[in-house]
Design a protein around this ligand. Sequence first.
Ligand code: PMP
Length: 440
Amino acid sequence: ILRWFDDKCGGSKRLAEQAKAVIPGGIQHNLAFNHPFALAISHAEGAHLTDVDGNRYIDFLQAGGPTLLGSNHPVIRQKVHALLDACGPVTGLLHEYEVKLAELVCKHMPGVDMLRLLGSGTEAVMGAVRLARTYTKKKWIIKIGGAYHGWSDQLVYGMRLPNTGRMEATGIPRGATGHTQECLPNDLEALRRKLQINRLRGGTAAVLLEPLGPESGTRPVHKNYNEQVRKLCDEFDTLLIFDEVVTGFRIGMGGAQSYFGVTPDITVLGKCLTGGYPMAGAIGGKRDIMMSLVGGIGTTSRRAFVGGTLTANPLSCVAGYYALQEAHRSNAAVVAGQAGDRLCRGLEEIIRRRRLPYVTYNMGSIVHLQTSGVLLLDTSSMWKLFKVRNEAKQRKHMMEEMGAAYTAHGLITLAGSRVYTSLADTDAVIDDALNRFDDV
Ligand code: PMP
């Protein structure tokens, strides 16, 4: 495998070496898989990527999720070109497309009456937490499991990643995480206990969770878990925040909240919101809660401040508006979900036929491929598993090797353990991919 990289990826290797001089670790993006080195991509279209050496890959990373329509979708590209010709990327004032995008999101997401655009998922989660504290006048935040909610100080605390074990959380003083608590997914009793204790010391502003379970369902939650958390939140007068950065529009136009039929008080969006264009982040929520955000000059009441120089720039808004319109028109979540089903069924067949100690499962276009040989649906045991450091290290090594093997066979995945399908994944693309997986 390593020889394949040496023989076929000379251009990428040279650029990766050059990068090391000016970029810490030679890599900028936290998802850019870099074993043995990162690939330099020159072209992207639909279901495929081409690197600077002319190698072509099936793209199952889809930039980490945002390009539900496939890479570089022509409709969005044309609309962005037209917008740039008209007013350039940013003016700092109001533009019709920020209103149109907000209207579209409000129309489809049950929990969103109003929308505040921000710069990234990280920013949006930070803002959502601040909004919850402002609105409730309570201070505790309970997050569920080792979910990734971005890299802000208060939320990165105690986090474990499935591939790497405990995340490095240096440079964060203890005080920054002082009012953030964690609860294991599926453990409703523990959540109730925390809510009870917190009630005696200032109250819980919000429970923050990913509705599919931590890490987009890497540790899945039980079918009615969200509903039960909703009930607990109501009982304790606590807001429920759904982090739908991954699931928003990918699970369906109404997100995971529509799928589960559970409406959160605050919804965090990102990724698909702008179809892969920059500045993907937004807070949505019920009207009276959202009115606790600062808006415009002259606001005097107690309101939470969020915002930024490039926030809601016309370029991101026009891209988002047409990406979501196109996703709705083409039924993208369903079509990409069917591709995910086909891929997952094919992977199951390979695993069974070859007697591999792997597990695969999917939620529509989000496909998990666990090569550790262990999937414990009781996620609290899974959690204990990751506590064993060596196991986590070994798993990381294995993931790296598997990821490199997939790449050498023309498959780009998320670190060898997750796959995002898109509207561009025709049956022919999936069948081609399955042959490649089988070879690996
Ligand atoms: N929340 C979740 C569930 C995510 O998966 C991510 C990013 N992968 C974030 C928040 C952070 O979003 P961003 O990378 O846009 O800051």
